[in-house]
Design a protein around this ligand. Structure first.
Ligand SMILES: NC(=O)c1ccc[n+]([C@@H]2O[C@H](COP(=O)([O-])OP(=O)(O)OC[C@H]3O[C@@H](n4cnc5c(N)ncnc54)[C@H](O)[C@@H]3O)[C@@H](O)[C@H]2O)c1
Length: 317
């Protein structure tokens, strides 16, 4: 990885990934793109271009013009948004991925795209979900993610494109807001704890899902991409996670810093149904063995850092 094109770069992951990549590989060697522009350091700190991932020719043109050797394809509609508009989700999630894979094939680029715990479904073993297991998701997002994993494997097997991916759990971060996922409550809870000392969760008590703090997610992407290809048995996509948690665990962790904090519940049936179709906890052994996946943040450490960083951010705004 020397020169990298990132799609969907202004989203929750891209906002932090682009800045980290620019720090490591040099500002001019990370070309950020998104369908929209924003008042954001991703736009001002290095090359930025407007790109709708459905515009295949423009994507190829940007890749050629900047002579990139890697594409990180992040643009997508997330689980709750996709479920509200499944046809649009299919078009963007599959059409965008196909276009990005074609650019990678034609230009001989290394390729990364994230899958998700949403690629699992109700018939998947719920606890310690294996790397290789039943994947029959019941959401459009999940259908897209499974098809995407298979398509990436196909491009590797058929055309030799160096495709790699991870199944991210819910990602928690303070830089950019989450983009319409089922685990968004785990970000909102920190904002509301600082603003109002209370939060109403749209996910029910006792609903376990995997989560991970954004710095660990960014490190995972870079570590996987930098791993010698000969070490990889799996490619698309590796289970990764840092914790298996339910809303009441966030409540307890936040209370250690803000004792007055209270958590209430008003369950959203759509997102609760999605959450219940996903695993409680996933097994990350393959990622650990094949490319040394590791995390630095557990719930306690993440909560302390989130509250500290977010309170600085909210005071500034
Ligand atoms: N954030 C998470 O918790 C999480 C978990 C698992 C997997 N993922 C996956 O990671 C990837 C990135 O997720 P994110 O959280 O950063 O998403 P996000 O919704 O925060 O950001 C997506 C970005 O894509 C852009 N976009 C939307 N449609 C586009 C189009 N047609 N062309 C170009 N750009 C477009 C949006 O403007 C946005 O900036 C997605 O594939 C998502 O499924 C995310």
């Amino acid at each position: 990885m020397k020169k990298i094109l990132v799609t969907g770069a202004l989203g929750q992951i891209g906002s932090e990934l682009v800045m980290k990549l620019r720090e490591i590989y040099g500002a001019n060697n990370v070309v950020a793109t998104d369908i929209r522009e924003a008042d954001n350091e991703v736009v001002t700190s290095g090359p930025f271009e407007i790109l709708n991932v459905l515009e295949a020719n423009k994507m190829a043109d940007i890749a050629k013009r900047h002579q990139v050797d890697t594409i990180m394809h992040l643009a997508a509609l997330l689980s709750a948004t996709a479920e509200a508009n499944p046809q649009l989700a299919w078009n963007i999630n599959m059409g965008g991925l196909m276009n990005a894979l074609e650019v990678a094939r034609e230009e001989h680029l290394q390729f990364f795209t994230p899958s998700s715990i949403g690629a699992f479904g109700p018939s998947t073993p719920k606890d310690n979900t294996p790397q290789d297991t039943l994947q029959r998701p019941t959401t459009m997002y999940g259908v897209n993610k499974v098809a995407g994993e298979l398509l990436c494997d196909y491009y590797f097997a058929k055309f030799g494109v160096d495709t790699r991916g991870v199944r991210f759990p819910g990602l928690i971060s303070y830089v950019a807001p989450p983009g319409g996922g089922t685990t968004d409550y785990a970000v909102e809870i920190y904002y509301e704890a600082l603003r109002n000392k209370k939060y109403t969760s749209f996910i029910g008590k006792g609903t376990y899902m995997d989560m991970m703090y954004m710095p660990d997610a960014i490190d995972a992407i870079i570590r996987l991409m930098e791993t010698d290809a000969g070490r990889l048995i799996h490619r698309n996509a590796f289970n990764v996670s840092a914790m298996s948690v339910a809303p009441e665990h966030f409540e307890a962790a936040i209370k250690k810093h803000i004792p007055e904090f209270t958590l209430q519940y008003k369950v959203d049936p759509l997102r609760q149904k999605i959450a219940e179709s996903w695993p409680n906890s996933i097994d990350t052994t393959a990622a650990k063995q094949e490319w040394g996946f590791t995390t630095r943040y557990d719930l306690e450490k993440m909560t302390a850092d989130m509250l500290e960083k977010l309170s600085v951010k909210l005071t500034k705004n």
